[in-house]
Design a protein around this ligand. Structure first.
Ligand code: ADP
Length: 372
């Protein structure tokens, strides 16, 4: 059992800076939780408070029901893996992994057993006698993970562990970490600024901005039902397009209008907007993901589409991105493989309206996701 509960946690640094504000989260046993958000939003500070490397200014941290605010880091049964692997350069891989167990004065046989187990899991058997200088970046990071897991920690904390690796290796290590979590069944809290890592690794993701939690949810829900404009823009690449639209009420429901575009919302969307007091002439922020736009080939039906000129065409292989200038805005769209576009040519983008998002321009809250 290793549940971690953070209740009304705040962190104010000695210079008065409020890095974390009213952070509430219950992490379940064996859960893989990700803290994600832009640089400086308070992810590492929160992780370091769990580890005991940073004092908690206010609120309570419990692990398995026991208050931990005042506990020394070594008494929390937590292991941490950092971005810079911090391996001892003069020690071999085996010695690096043995080190924390020797400090804990475990018997020699137990140390051997745990190091063998960890190197089996992480594929380090052939490298045990090498020094860190003779390892690749990915191998070093695996040793750093090995050194953390030999301690059989209740909770494994990882702070941007892959950010020093190149893109290909990061992809491989993501798969390895998922496998590791399945094998170890430990509770993992993982910090990253990379939304792809967050979406692919986490059971649940905590999206943070400016020291505050924006949304805690599964990857699917963050993508499909973002709580606000910040989360909507943060998850997904290229990011969601946002447009200011004005409302026209018709017999058949609500039309959203802007220069060159008239979009007919479905019954549910129209009902929700009306219920929330949006009327003829009010403005809303429309959000549409690039994957929910396509090129309108018909040429005749001007409904539910937007006209513009192709600025940039990016061939990615399995798909392509186009960036289209529509009046004063640039709109990104993802096209399937095999569709080619010429830069500088006019284009009509068709909206998949069942997948658009509607945000309140005053609060940035997602009108469709809000219960209130
Ligand atoms: P993240 O991990 O999301 O990049 P951090 O948790 O490291 O962000 O930092 C959150 C904010 O707290 C940042 O604005 C950072 O500059 C500030 N901060 C971090 N450490 C200190 C410190 N020791 N004193 C004052 N401010 C700090």
């Amino acid at each position: 059992m290793s549940e971690v509960c953070l209740t009304h946690i705040n962190k104010t640094y000695p210079n008065g800076y409020e890095a974390v504000k009213d952070f509430n989260l219950d992490i379940k046993d064996e859960e893989f939780v990700i803290f994600v958000g832009p640089s400086g939003c308070g992810k590492s500070t929160t992780l370091r408070m769990i580890a005991g490397l940073e004092d908690i200014s206010d609120g309570e941290l419990t692990i398995d029901g026991k208050r931990m605010n005042e506990a020394e880091p070594k008494d929390r049964n937590i292991a941490m893996v950092f971005q810079n692997y911090a391996l001892y350069p003069h020690m071999t891989v085996r010695q690096n992994m043995e080190y924390p167990l020797k400090i804990a004065k475990l018997p020699k046989e137990e140390i051997n057993k745990r190091v063998t187990e960890a190197s089996n899991i992480l594929g380090l058997n052939m490298l045990l006698d090498r020094k860190p200088a003779a390892l690749s970046g990915g191998q070093r990071q695996r040793v750093a993970m090995g050194r953390a897991i030999v301690r059989n920690p209740k909770v494994l904390l990882m702070d941007e562990p892959l950010s020093n690796l190149d893109a290909k290796l990061r992809g491989q290590m993501r798969v390895e970490i998922t496998r590791l979590h399945k094998r170890l069944k430990s509770t993992i809290v993982y910090v990253t600024h990379d939304q792809t890592e967050a979406m692919t690794l986490g059971d649940r993701i905590v999206v943070m901005s400016d020291g505050e939690i924006q949304q805690i949810d599964t990857p699917e829900n963050l993508y499909s039902h973002p709580a606000n404009k910040f989360v909507a823009g943060f998850i997904g690449a290229p990011q969601m397009n946002f447009m200011d639209m004005s409302i026209e009420e018709t017999e058949n429901g609500i039309l959203l209008k802007k220069e060159g575009a008239r979009l007919a919302l479905n019954t549910e969307q129209s009902r929700k907007l009306k219920e929330r007091g949006f009327r003829q002439g009010s403005h809303i922020t429309l959000g549409v993901r690039p994957e929910n736009l396509s090129i309108d080939q018909s040429g005749s039906d001007q409904k539910n589409s937007l006209e513009g000129t192709i600025d940039v065409f990016e061939m990615l292989g399995a798909s392509s991105n186009i960036y289209v200038s529509c009046g004063d805005q640039q709109i990104a769209a993802i096209l399937p493989a095999g569709v080619f576009c010429k830069e500088g040519t006019p284009v009509r983008l068709q909206f998949d309206l069942d997948y658009v998002h509607l945000f309140d321009p005053d609060t940035d809250r997602n009108i469709m996701a809000d219960q209130a």
